[in-house]
Design a protein around this ligand. Structure first.
Ligand code: SF4
Length: 417
């Protein structure tokens, strides 16, 4: 989501004739887009702000803006702590930055109309909701990004159509809890309505979305994923813990069995679906046995990818006030390693089964000297080719899978679609 915000602001700057510099030391305008989901990310932002303070003290013409979720509803304390910051902007509230930059550098705002000005790549993240109403006890997002707010379907359609005209072939619709999209709109809408509309855009080949909450993923949404050919059959459904007591302490709002029921329903309705998830280990009070319950869920579901993190206290959350962070860092590291080892085996086996199959791959670019793209099921596929056949970024090609690893696939092109 932060990447999408940075790209959007960079596009708006470009429209004003402001071009990116290689290092912030040389730049006249510095914008720090912050993430505070983890304490370490906030610590990095604070350390960078202190570094920039020195830079600004030797050149007070430099302009510094800070945006993103570090800037909560009440940022007066931040202004007092970092008086060298020229402007604080809450997520997606770019206008204050744009206006101040124009004033400071005498830039004429007339004719500055379009939000979508950058030259995007083949794939594009689109923020569709901001904030979250769930208030999981470990999470800072609702306090920093505020309550859920959905952008209208019309506004999103306009933006996506412009991106598609500029060459985008795949969009990922983003929200902290994307499945609750539209409940705050009048008339009320849901994610299925949005996906169905976006699906009509000519020239757009693929639609993905992130991140889901098990309680809000409705049958209507699952049917839409199943029925619409451009919607990638891949769902990220965080379970966070495989134990009912830990889930209740996290205030996730579901039990392990309810989560498993939802997964089984998805697997039944979309037979070839791939599933990814998020998991926290070492949550306050999580016993060894409770952690092993999480491992059991991983064994039972066999996710295609797991983002695992050790619990870290975020000041201001319910967990920070009421629960004691009593699992040592060493123990958290051990649990992370166990999850990763288990997942490596699961992913090795799952990916190995794809050898000799053919996957349609949207070519995204080059990585480590190899042409690569992603299949509908979200697998990264490296493409071996003779160099004679011309393959362009943005093309969808059939690839015969010849090799696999736990993290990616490799194959040779067989058809252009
Ligand atoms: S649903 Fe996700 S973003 Fe919302 S509070 Fe829970 S963890 Fe945070």
């Amino acid at each position: 989501m932060n990447k999408s915000d940075s790209e959007m602001l960079a596009g708006q700057f470009e429209n004003l004739g402001i071009i990116p510099d290689k290092s912030f030391e040389d730049a006249d305008i510095m914008v720090l887009n912050t993430c505070v989901v983890r304490q370490s990310a906030e610590d990095n932002a604070v350390s960078l702000l202190n570094k920039i303070k020195l830079l600004k003290s030797s050149d007070d013409q430099k302009f510094l803006a800070v945006m993103g979720c570090m800037v909560g509803p009440n940022f007066r304390n931040l202004s007092e702590q970092f008086p060298h910051v020229d402007v604080w902007a809450r997520p997606q509230e770019f206008n204050s930055i744009i206006n101040l930059v124009c004033n400071r550098f005498n830039i004429n705002l007339d004719g500055f109309l379009s939000n979508v000005t950058e030259k995007p790549g083949v794939t594009k993240f689109i923020s569709v909701t901001h904030g979250c109403d769930k208030f999981c006890t470990f999470c800072i997002i609702p306090y920093r990004r505020g309550r859920e707010k959905s952008r209208t379907i019309n506004e999103l359609m306009e933006e996506i159509i412009i991106y598609v005209e500029k060459g985008v072939r795949e969009v990922t619709l983003l929200g902290q809890n994307i499945d609750s999209y539209g409940h705050d709109l009048r008339p009320r809408k849901d994610l299925a309505d949005l996906i169905q509309k976006v699906h009509e855009i000519k020239g757009l080949d693929r639609i993905r979305f992130l991140t889901s909450h098990p309680n809000d993923m409705s049958i209507r949404i699952i049917e839409t994923i199943r029925d619409l050919p451009k919607v990638c059959k891949n769902i990220n459904l965080p379970f966070q813990a495989g134990d009912d007591i830990v889930l209740s302490n996290m205030r996730r709002g579901y039990t392990v069995n309810q989560f498993l029921d939802k997964i089984n329903l998805i697997k039944k309705m979309i037979p070839n679906v791939t599933l990814t998830t998020d998991l926290i280990v070492g949550f306050p009070g999580e016993t060894r046995l409770q952690f092993e319950n999480s491992l059991n869920v991983l064994r039972e579901i066999e996710f295609d990818k797991v983002h695992v993190a050790g619990y870290s206290t975020r000041k201001g959350t319910v967990a920070s006030r009421k629960l004691n962070d009593d699992i040592s860092i060493e123990e958290k590291k051990i649990r992370i390693r166990e999850v990763n080892d288990l997942q490596e085996d699961i992913q090795y086996n799952k990916n190995h089964r794809l050898i000799d199959s053919q996957l349609d791959v949207l070519v995204e670019g080059h990585k480590r000297g190899n042409l690569f793209g992603r299949a509908m099921n979200d697998k990264i596929v490296y493409i071996d080719f003779d160099g004679e056949t011309k393959i362009n970024y943005g093309e969808i090609i059939g690839v015969n899978i010849t090799e696999s690893s736990p993290w990616s696939l490799r194959g040779v092109p067989v058809t252009k679609l």
